[in-house]
Design a protein around this ligand. Structure first.
Ligand code: IFM
Length: 758
């Protein structure tokens, strides 16, 4: 079944590309990548290098090589293998008779099969496959095979290539090289932080006798021999990476892990078992449209491989697909990525939130620096939680001057967004231990920050939030962004509720630890009571921020692009083409309805959807999914479905620009990947929670006969199947705590398999 021109699936699990297009290297390298939350290895080929964006990005290796962008490092490539046949260098620039690049999503395997005719007439078959092991996160096994139709003279260079792709400067220095038995090692340090990186390679092959080539950052074995026609040569290569941030035995571990490897197949079998377990938690089965099925799984796959689970580290906005957006967390992490984990595998959600606890000091530092109290979380958050977002993010491509964007100091909703996520986590898991150890302290510090950030307007007798930036990033420096104000009130409410949720003794300890005074809590209550919340006007419309409705109205928003003077021009602050118009970049008010589906009446949500949608450019990959969820809940199914398609295909069809305002922002759009799960579960299946009661109001796309997914609720693991007119809920284990379900306006208690028409 065709996904697009040269992309196919046969079984809803594989993505197969049947033509090689060098111009697409940046995108296909991301799409076909392998990863495991510790590292991401791009879906390039063994003979490719930095010109084709071959790279392996490793977590917890932040470094600032160019003085501006603190980003994850890429490490030397130990899978590098190049062939010379009768002295002719082999690449995909030869005549390609057949080509297949495949991503096996079910097992996390990326492979390539090619048959080439060389300039000297030889027909060469190359077959390679690799995976980022889930069994040992430091290991990438690769099996590389080739044969030719004639007797030929072969030269293979295979080893570790340290001349690698890096987005903003070279992060490694002081390379040293070592050859022990059948293993090669490269050791280096990051240029600023001096973290140690070691990459090892082990080769298992029948080939004997090689020489070592060690030149210009290339550390290779060279094999030279004559090969008989149709005889297959097999190389099993194992790349192993550790850094000093993993543990102090990083070098020894690299060696031992490589020594312990038995064979490619042995590692593969162990790896597959892990993927099977993961799909039993995260898979969504769609009956009806195989291209939706495969695209959905593609997104879930990328969400999983982007998420560190071995340590509490951020989920990068581009995962580990490249260094764009600095391998760091944005609000994407809690709002777009966390829900899938929360409802499928809550310990991963806990790990994500624990990261925010570990980075609380960074958030305190930021608040202090900007003159506030408490914790103001970084807009772009790496290891320590200190702000990584540079003051000058984009460039005015017309003048060449840097733009002073204010993502870092005005986009304050990040802090209450984290509070929102912790609240959701607690309400789904009842994990009081998390609240006591970590959550409450975060929430109190966020409340402190918000209390210091609001402004009391005596004349209006209310608190306001002025000079902020809402999710719509094109309008900076706005007052009373509705999304931000509602989130602030929610966070304060939670901080106040924690005073009774947590037992007296523990509460006292937490308050003492952070020196929280009762007057502060009284102030939170006052702000909670008096904060201004924009409400619907006579047309049921809620204004995105003060004065938004007075801005020039251009509908549809796409018309504004006629005003561009340069294709890469930045659309937003301070002078971009949208700034003085109602054209917005991404879901803003609509995002509020995703977070609080039951806060407003259907009429209000509908009026606002209809108003804001034509004014939204959807120039953020976060946007279509939010609109899809809200449209599905409103029962506008075709609209919800087209937004769903747009979102799940952002990477697969490469629809988003890789460069904006002169800054590279390509790679896998991890938030959209996480949102794929949400669009199905919260959108089409209509799952929501009110007072801890599970509600299901399905609105399936016309092309789907049924959809099946898993929900993990208060220690119960449920399989939920939604057919055209029927919902079937199957507990996968004995029910541990009561689950109340509201469907068709009536309440049911789930104790065993339950079926109902809707
Ligand atoms: O967090 C997002 C933001 O909402 C839009 N620009 C990209 C960021 C990272 O995905």
């Amino acid at each position: 079944m065709k996904i697009k021109e040269n992309l196919f699936t046969s079984n809803g699990w594989d993505i197969i590309e049947d033509k090689y297009d060098r111009k697409q290297s940046i995108n296909s390298g991301s799409n076909f990548m392998i990863g495991n939350g510790y590292l991401g290895y791009r879906g390039t080929f063994a003979e490719e290098g930095k010109n084709e964006y071959a790279a392996c990005v490793v977590t917890d290796t932040w470094d600032k090589a160019d003085g501006k962008w603190e980003e994850l490092s890429t490490v030397p490539n130990a899978l590098f293998t190049k062939l010379f046949i009768n002295d002719e260098e082999i690449s995909l620039d030869k005549t390609i008779n057949s080509f297949e690049r495949k991503l096996d999503i079910k097992h996390g395997i990326s492979s390539r099969k090619a048959n080439l005719t060389l300039d000297n007439g030889v027909s060469l078959f190359i077959n390679e496959e690799k995976f980022a092991s889930l069994n040992n996160l430091h290991l990438i096994p690769m099996k590389y095979k080739f044969s030719s139709n004639q007797n030929v003279k072969v030269k293979i260079i295979t080893g570790i290539d340290s001349d690698i792709w890096s987005l903003n400067g070279q992060h490694l220095k002081n390379h040293s090289y070592e050859n022990i038995d059948d293993m090669l090692f490269v050791r280096a340090n990051t240029v600023v932080n001096n973290d140690n990186v070691v990459v090892g390679e082990r080769l298992i092959t029948n080939l004997k006798n090689y020489t070592i080539l060690n030149k210009e950052e290339k550390y290779f074995r060279v094999f030279e021999f004559n090969l008989e026609a149709n005889k297959e040569i097999i190389l099993e290569k194992f790349m192993c990476v550790y850094t000093s941030n993993d543990n102090e035995n990083f070098y020894l571990n690299t060696k031992n892990d490589l020594i312990n490897v038995k064979s490619y197949n042995n590692e593969l079998e162990k790896h597959k078992i892990h993927w099977e377990k993961l799909w039993n938690l995260y898979d969504i089965k769609i009956d009806g449209e195989i291209t939706d099925q495969v695209a959905l799984r593609f997104n879930i796959y990328h969400a999983i491989i982007a998420t560190p689970t071995h340590k509490s580290l951020p989920i990068g906005a581009r995962g580990l697909s490249c260094q764009a957006y600095q391998g760091a967390a944005f609000w994407d992490q809690e709002i777009y990525n966390m829900p899938m984990y929360l409802y499928s595998n809550p310990k991963v959600a806990r790990n994500i939130l624990k990261y925010r606890y570990n980075t609380l000091d960074g958030a305190r530092k930021k608040a202090k620096k900007l003159g506030f109290e408490g914790a103001y979380y970084a807009w772009i958050s790496g290891k320590t939680g200190e702000e990584l977002c540079p003051d000058f993010f984009f460039k005015d491509v017309l003048t060449g001057r840097d733009i002073r964007n204010h993502f870092n100091d005005w986009q304050i909703h990040i802090s209450p967004d984290i509070a929102y996520a912790i609240n959701r986590y607690y309400s789904v898991t009842n994990d009081l231990d998390f609240l006591i150890k970590y959550g409450a302290e975060i929430i109190f510090e966020i409340a402190r920050f918000l209390a210091s950030r609001v402004v009391y307007k005596p004349v209006k007798k209310r608190y306001e939030l002025i000079r902020v930036q809402g999710p719509d990033e094109y309008h900076e420096n706005v007052d009373n962004n509705a999304f931000t104000n509602y989130q602030t009130k929610f966070a304060l409410d939670f901080a106040l509720n924690l005073q009774t949720i947590i037992d007296k003794e523990n509460l006292k300890k937490i308050k003492e630890k952070i020196n929280l005074k009762n007057e502060e809590i009284e102030l939170w209550q006052d702000i909670y009571n008096k904060i201004y919340l924009p409400t619907p006007n006579k047309n049921n419309l809620i204004e995105q921020f003060d004065g938004y409705f007075n801005l020039e109205d251009i509908v549809p928003a796409s018309k504004v692009t006629e005003r561009l003077k340069h294709k890469e021009e930045y659309y937003g602050w301070p002078n971009g083409i949208t700034v003085f118009t109602q054209c917005i970049k991404q879901a803003d008010l609509i995002q509020l309805f995703c977070l609080y589906p039951n806060l407003f009446s259907k009429n209000i949500i509908k009026a606002n959807y209809e108003y804001y949608e034509p004014r939204t450019l959807h120039f953020s990959s976060l946007s279509p999914s939010s609109y899809s969820i809200v449209a599905a809940n409103l029962g506008i199914i075709d609209e919800a479905y087209s937004k769903f398609k747009k979102s799940i295909n952002i990477d697969l069809l490469n629809t988003n620009e890789a460069i904006s305002g002169g800054t590279f922002i390509g790679g896998i759009h991890t938030a959209a990947c996480g949102a794929a799960w949400q669009m199905v579960v919260f959108g089409f299946a209509g799952v929501s929670f009110e007072n801890n009661v599970l509600q299901i109001k399905p609105n399936l796309p016309k092309k789907w006969n049924s959809v099946e997914f898993y929900l993990y609720l208060k220690e119960n693991h449920l399989k939920i199947k939604i057919e055209k007119n029927r919902v079937i809920i199957t507990p996968l284990k004995n029910i541990k705590t009561n689950i109340e379900l509201k469907i068709n306006n009536s309440l049911h208690l789930i104790t065993h398999t339950f079926e109902i028409n809707y």
